[in-house]
Structures are given as structure tokens and as C-alpha cells.
Design a protein around this ligand. Structure first.
Ligand code: DGY
Length: 323
């Protein structure tokens, strides 16, 4: 019997690509070139499974291509807001993702950004590289304390809780959060976390606000000018969730006028294009969507996709089925 045809949209860790080659009739993207909508349509028409990732856009127009052969999008990534779920659902297209394995690495990047923003890490690095540093002095580049400060989490899923553990147990931070329903008692007890009644309350009370909600229509520009105006002038905003959760223009205005102390961003509206207004600001730390980018995590994500594909082609229950 011939092997199922599987299409991989971007370069994956080599060890996982080797396993894919052994099990499937696989087409890899060895040059790691971003593909076009027409190439995605062609893949949907000619392969049994397509494995996109978080930077590939699958809107209705792409999914509605005629004569589709593909029955499963096995996504490399936990977020799937790049796929039009309503259209996929209407077509009974199966979607799987890779939850669980990127929790700690993404929480590490959120903490990295928190520390960079608080202690002006990126700004200091730029200063030294530009050979502009005039030497130590008592008032040079003073910044914000992290230890003992209040961390406010918007969304309180796996990644937020992992960040809260690092912040609370490592840096003695006080944890507050907003999530529609209260978290498990064991989690609350471990973190001595306080649930706020609203997002507004978190924005007003936290020294560091970190975003952990999924992207998509329901959270589009959730953090708008009104929300930003609630933050303390000494506070910092951290976003490792999705770029469009924050109204970027509003954030730029807020940072420009120094209405908050700083921000740390790993994700952007319309990435990989980054709003030029951010690039000129000293009080924002910018990373290129590195949340899950450790060798072990990216390999584990690939293995998860492999498990989902294997289960699908063996007609077994799918470990990480989204729809
Ligand atoms: C995901 O999996 O959704 C992450 O954004 C990738 O780092």
C-alpha cells in the first residue's frame, strides 16, 4: 500500500523530518521559504495531510479551494488563529495542535521580556554596542524592581500559570489574575494568587501585566487605549500571546507619552512586519516570536504533530484534536 502524502509548510527540526520521511510520502520545505496562498491551495488539493504552522495563513478563501484531497491540518503550534476555524468546521476538516510541550519555554520568554523591560536590558545592550556608555554613575539607567512586585496575568491557562510559578517562587512576586472562572484551588494555594473581578482591575493593580489569552476575533484589541490608560505610570506590559490582542497604535501612543514605564513584545499585529512606530522607542523590548524556540521544545512540537498524524492514519483517537 502506498504511503499517505503529507505536506510540511516550513523547515522542521531534522530529527522529526527524518521520522516523517520514514513513515510518509512527505514533501518538506528544505529552504524554509514562506509559501503563498496558491501553494497552500495546491497542497490541499494534492496531499492527504497538510502541516501548517503559526505563520501560515489559512483563511476561508484558501480552505474553500475546489477538489480538496486533504482531510486534516496537523498544525505545528498550539495557537490556531491563523486557520479559519468556522470554514474548516463546515468542511469537517480535522485540525490538531501541539499543546503542553511549549508551556515552560514560552513562560521563560515572558519572564525574559519582563526582566528586559523592568531592567532596561535591550536599551543597555544598545548603549554599550553603540560605544555611548560614559561609565557608572548613581543615576544612570535606573529601572524597576521585579522582586516583590505584582504580576497581573490576563488569561490563566498553562503558560500563565507556569510564568506565575517562576515569578512567585523565583522572584517573590505577588500574583493576581483574570480568567472568567476561578483557577483550581491547588494552583491558587501554591501561588497565593488572587483572582480579580475584571481585566480592568488587573490593569489598574499590577506592576507587570502579562497577556496569555488566545488570539482571534474575541480578543482582537482587547488591550486598547482605555485599558492602557488604566495602568500605573510605573507599570510594564508583556505580550507573548498574539499581536492583535493589543492595539499597537494605542501602545505606541502610551509608550511615547511615557504613560507607562515599558513593554516587552514577542508577538505583533501582522508579523513578521513590525509597526515602525515601535522601532524608534527606547522603552520597548522586541523579540521575534521566540516563545517556543528552544531545540527541545521545537522537537517536541514536531513529535506531537507526528503523533497526531500517526493516530489519524491508523484511525485511532487523535491526541490533540481541536475540531
Ligand atoms: C504557538 O504554538 O502558538 C506559539 O505561538 C509558537 O511559539
Amino acid at each position: 500500500m502506498s504511503k499517505p502524502k503529507v505536506f510540511i509548510t516550513r523547515k522542521w527540526p531534522s530529527s522529526v523530518e527524518e521520522k516523517l520521511k520514514a513513515r510518509y510520502d512527505v514533501t518538506l520545505n528544505v529552504d524554509d521559504r514562506p509559501l503563498t496562498a496558491d501553494e497552500f491551495k495546491h497542497a490541499l488539493q494534492n496531499y492527504d495531510a497538510v502541516c501548517p504552522t503559526v505563520c501560515d495563513s489559512f483563511p476561508a478563501d484558501v480552505l474553500n479551494v475546489e477538489n480538496k484531497r486533504c482531510k486534516i491540518l496537523a498544525n505545528f503550534g498550539v495557537g490556531y488563529n491563523h486557520i479559519d476555524i468556522e470554514t474548516a468546521n463546515a468542511q469537517n476538516l480535522i485540525i490538531t495542535n501541539t499543546p503542553g510541550v511549549l508551556t515552560e519555554s514560552t513562560a521563560d520568554i515572558a519572564m525574559t521580556l519582563l526582566l528586559m523591560s523592568a531592567r532596561r536590558g535591550a536599551e543597555g545592550d544598545r548603549l554599550v554596542r553603540a560605544q555611548q556608555w560614559q561609565g557608572w554613575c548613581p543615576t544612570h539607567m535606573m529601572s524597576s524592581d521585579v522582586t516583590g512586585a505584582t504580576l497581573g496575568l490576563i488569561g490563566f491557562g498553562r503558560i500563565a500559570q507556569a510564568m506565575a510559578r517562576k515569578a512567585h517562587h523565583g522572584f517573590g512576586m505577588k500574583i493576581i489574575y483574570f480568567k472568567p472562572s476561578p483557577a483550581d484551588k491547588s494552583v491558587i494555594d501554591d501561588l497565593q494568587a488572587t483572582r480579580c473581578d475584571s481585566i480592568e482591575q488587573v490593569m489598574q493593580s499590577a506592576d507587570f501585566v502579562s497577556l496569555h489569552c488566545p488570539g482571534g476575533e474575541s480578543t482582537h484589541h482587547l488591550i486598547n487605549q482605555q485599558m492602557l490608560d488604566l495602568m500605573k505610570p510605573t507599570a510594564h506590559l508583556i505580550n507573548t500571546a498574539r499581536g492583535d490582542v493589543v492595539d499597537t497604535e494605542a501602545l505606541i501612543n502610551t509608550l511615547k507619552s511615557k504613560a507607562i514605564m515599558g513593554a516587552g513584545l514577542d508577538v505583533y499585529e501582522g508579523e513578521p512586519n513590525v509597526n515602525k512606530g515601535l522601532l524608534d522607542l527606547e522603552n520597548v523590548s522586541l523579540l521575534p516570536h521566540l516563545g517556543s524556540a528552544t531545540i527541545a521544545t521545537r522537537t517536541a512540537m514536531g513529535e506531537k504533530v507526528l503523533n497526531n498524524l500517526d493516530a489519524y492514519f491508523k484511525d485511532q483517537p487523535l491526541p490533540d484534536r481541536v475540531i
